[in-house]
Write a protein that binds this ligand. Structure first.
Ligand code: IMP
Length: 173
């Protein structure tokens, strides 16, 4: 059996350019107000690390963990695996996601965090795969909209591998 080939879908440089644009947009929208960035583990860690370097405001970094995937298919259930360390009441919260796929994770997290009475909750997503949506949720800041392909790299995994690739890639069997 031959091993899968890895093809680059979006190269690192293009990713960095787009993230700088998102940072500008975020800075303009929040006008320097303090922000709580909530990274959704584990896929968002690289996007969050690059995005936060473009934000000109006082930021607090939090992480939240969810689980919904087995292999390349979603189980349809979202489970919390790690909660925030501190309250977010009266704070401007920016949820940072790797990808909006079915929308189940984002929908779950937006509802859950809204119940904690933040001042606002917005979403920054590195990727959007609108063709797979099962719940109507949208990102406020979206890096790239992609077709229905399973992607890896730049934080995203297939069975916990490939997160370290600097480009966004696809696996070709
Ligand atoms: P949801 O289907 O929108 O709830 O997405 C749940 C999570 O599945 C995402 O945050 C990703 O971590 C993961 N996921 C969805 N599509 C892909 C993909 O193409 N590659 C790697 N992970 C994915």
């Amino acid at each position: 059996m031959s091993s899968p080939r890895i093809e680059v879908l979006i190269p690192h440089d293009e990713i960095q350019k787009r993230i700088a644009e998102l940072g500008k947009q975020i800075n303009a929208d929040y006008g320097g107000r303090p922000l709580v960035l909530v990274g959704v583990l584990k896929g968002s860690f690289m996007f969050l690390a690059d995005l936060v370097r473009h934000i000109n405001a006082q930021v607090r970094i939090e992480f939240i963990g969810t689980k919904s995937y087995e292999g390349t298919t979603t189980s349809g259930q979202v489970q919390l695996t790690k909660d925030l360390d501190k309250p977010i009441q009266d704070e401007d919260v920016l949820l940072v996601e790797d990808i909006i796929d079915t929308g189940l994770t984002l929908n779950y997290l937006k509802h859950m965090l809204s119940q904690r009475e933040p001042r606002s909750v917005k979403v920054a997503a590195f990727l959007d795969k609108p063709s797979r949506r099962r719940i109507d949720v949208k990102g406020d800041y979206v890096g790239f909209t992609i077709e229905d392909k399973f992607v890896i790299g730049y934080g995203l995994d297939f069975e916990q591998r490939y997160r370290n690739l600097k480009d966004l890639c696809i696996l070709v069997p």
